[in-house]
Design a protein. Structure first.
Length: 192
């Protein structure tokens, strides 16, 4: 099929697959911050993100023999973390905006190009993202921050790629609106 990915921590990964707890701790230390941030962007709650991230690591170590090296270990681990976070949301019905096909079958109206001022600092943008309804926040985070494409997001969320694009466009519009309201400044730099 495809070639295997050359991981810089392959020896640690191999040790983890043999049940070496010290290697597991080292892998955890290498990846926990990025995985926690991925979880936090989806769940928008520090305690829940911490708990789900821990569960995801345990699950990854249980399934580590299924890692075939077709993608980087970090990408494989992130997929587990993202899926755990989304499963948690579904199980606990934490969603102020449902992600389903019917909600987004309406034809999209061409939106005017909106933009964000360079002067908006990172904290303003993070705060604005946290204010998004979870359906919007999840798609926006998966696309912009986690770098999944719409086909991958569709697969992860069990929606169509067009629904993912629609959610993303709506999230972007809502984010720009929140930023405008919070800064009361004209927005100039474009969010892609």
């Amino acid at each position: 099929m495809g070639s295997t990915y050359q991981n810089i921590h392959q020896e640690l990964i191999d040790d983890c697959s043999r049940g070496d707890t010290q290697a597991q701790f080292k892998i955890y230390k290498l990846y926990y911050k990025a995985m926690y941030n991925s979880c936090l962007r989806i769940l928008n709650n520090t305690q829940e993100a911490e708990d789900i991230m821990q569960e995801a690591f345990l699950s990854a170590f249980d399934k580590i023999n299924s890692y075939k090296g077709e993608v980087s270990f970090g990408a494989w681990l992130k997929r587990i973390v993202v899926n755990k976070a989304l499963d948690y949301l579904k199980k606990n019905k934490i969603d102020s905006l449902p992600i389903d096909e019917k909600t987004h079958q309406l034809k999209e109206v061409e939106e005017q190009s909106e933009s964000v001022n360079i002067e908006n600092d990172v904290n303003e943008i993070k705060n604005a993202i946290e204010q998004l309804p979870s359906g919007y926040r999840i798609v926006l985070s998966l696309y912009l921050i986690e770098a999944y494409d719409h086909e991958e997001i569709a697969e992860i969320l069990n929606i169509s790629a067009s629904t993912s694009r629609s959610q993303y466009n709506r999230a972007k519009k809502k984010l720009i609106q929140i930023l405008k309201e919070s800064t009361n400044k004209p927005l100039k730099r474009r969010i892609k």
